[in-house]
Ligand binder design. Structure first.
Ligand SMILES: C=C1C[C@]23C[C@@]1(O)CC[C@H]2[C@@]12CC[C@H](O)[C@@](C)(C(=O)O1)[C@H]2[C@@H]3C(=O)O
Ligand SMILES: O=C(O)CCC(=O)C(=O)O
Ligand SMILES: [Fe+2]
Length: 354
């Protein structure tokens, strides 16, 4: 008899839905859809970043051939023997990872590849050598995909900047910079043999725990398996229906800061919710390490207070990579944060010094 071992990842009971949302379809928000082939989309883009920090992109211009090619190469990798995959791990920070996410004890029902999207860097990546027959092929497949997705991402950032009356390249230049600290990630969520058993008990299995992305912007494409959820303003989690023909974009912490909180870095997570595997490919557009991140003066209204201290991306990244997945990473960089100290029968409000 073969014993299937219990996955050592977090199981959680879903919280009951709050009113006004899942229980009433009239109040159910829909994910904004941005059609990149249409004129006059800038206003919708800004609205999506303000209200959701998340949107779906259609008519994106990324060739389907290049998406499918990378997806099939990635599947080939994740279907190879564990011992072979482990040759490309553990991630330091790039490479193959299995269940363990980051360096601080987070776990998920996920395998992944973290890659440095800088073109020449793949030569040094051990992942390449385990895609034995034609290692060069994998490198070019990743390069083609990242080049094309980055182009679309920069176009989106330029439309956003335009609508905010900022210099058009203010955000996109940070990604185009040779020193841009972007990351490319492929996540593979294997089917969970114990899924149905847990579901019957009302439990869900965490694929990738709730978090915000620290960079400027993240662009995700997945296969046809659901699992991605975003946290809505009303505190309810909303499942994002997969769409293989679209990309899903979310605002990162750095863009929230540069827009002084106008754009929201959305909390999201992945739940293992199917007997099918999920494969997602995510480009995280990050600035150079030395880039100063602070609310942009050009955006601030007269008398508008800056909500965040200035920091470099290096400082933020260092702090983020020392945090747990679900931590609020931005609060250390907020200005005038009010700290509530609760003393029995007395509430004292203190203001932190900056
Ligand atoms: C637990 C962690 C994993 C993470 C680094 C961190 O300490 C906190 C942020 C995490 C995250 C989320 C978005 C991306 O997937 C990621 C690569 C990133 O830049 O920040 C991961 C980090 C990771 O997996 O190493
Ligand atoms: O795999 C997914 O669908 C999302 C994962 C994610 O949010 C991340 O890797 O930061
Ligand atoms: Fe994420």
């Amino acid at each position: 008899m073969v014993a299937i071992s219990e996955p050592q990842v977090e199981l959680f009971f879903p919280k009951p839905c709050k009113q006004n949302s899942k229980n009433n379809p009239l109040f159910m928000p829909t994910i904004p859809i941005i059609d990149l082939s249409k004129p006059d989309l800038k206003h919708l883009l800004v609205k999506a970043c303000q209200e959701f920090g998340f949107f779906k992109v259609i008519n994106h211009g990324v060739p389907i051939k290049c998406i499918n090619k990378l997806e099939s190469e990635a599947i080939k990798f994740f279907n190879s023997p564990l011992s072979a995959k482990q040759k490309a791990g553990p991630p330091d920070p790039f490479g193959y990872g299995n269940k363990s996410i980051g360096q601080n004890g987070d776990m998920g029902w996920v395998e992944y590849l973290l890659l440095n999207p800088k073109l020449e860097s793949h030569y040094k990546n051990p992942t390449i050598s385990i895609l034995e027959d034609k290692p060069e092929k994998f490198k070019y497949t990743v390069d083609d995909y990242v080049t094309s997705v980055k182009k679309m991402t920069c176009a989106i950032l330029e439309l956003l900047a335009d609508e905010l009356n900022l210099p058009q390249n203010v955000f996109s230049n940070m990604l185009r910079d040779e020193q841009s600290d972007s990351v490319f990630r492929v996540n593979y969520y294997p089917p969970c043999p114990l899924f149905q058993e847990h579901e019957m008990k009302g439990k869900k299995l965490i694929g990738f725990g709730e978090h915000t992305d620290p960079q400027i912007i993240s662009v995700l494409r997945s296969n046809n398996t659901s699992g991605l959820e975003i946290l809505l303003k009303d505190g309810n989690w909303m499942s994002v229906p997969p769409d293989t023909n679209s990309f899903f974009v979310n605002v990162g912490d750095s863009l929230q800061v540069m827009t002084n909180g106008r754009f929201k870095s959305v909390k999201h997570r992945v739940v293992a919710n199917s007997l099918k595997s999920r494969l997602s490919m995510i480009y995280f557009g990050g600035p150079p390490l030395c880039q100063k991140i602070a609310p942009l003066h050009l955006l601030m209204k007269r008398d508008e207070a800056s909500l965040y201290k200035e920091f470099t991306w290096y400082e933020y990244k260092k702090s983020a990579f020392n945090s747990r997945l679900s931590d609020n990473r931005l609060c250390r960089f907020e200005k005038n944060r009010n700290v509530l100290i609760k003393v029995p029968s007395l509430k004292v409000e203190l203001e932190t010094s900056n």
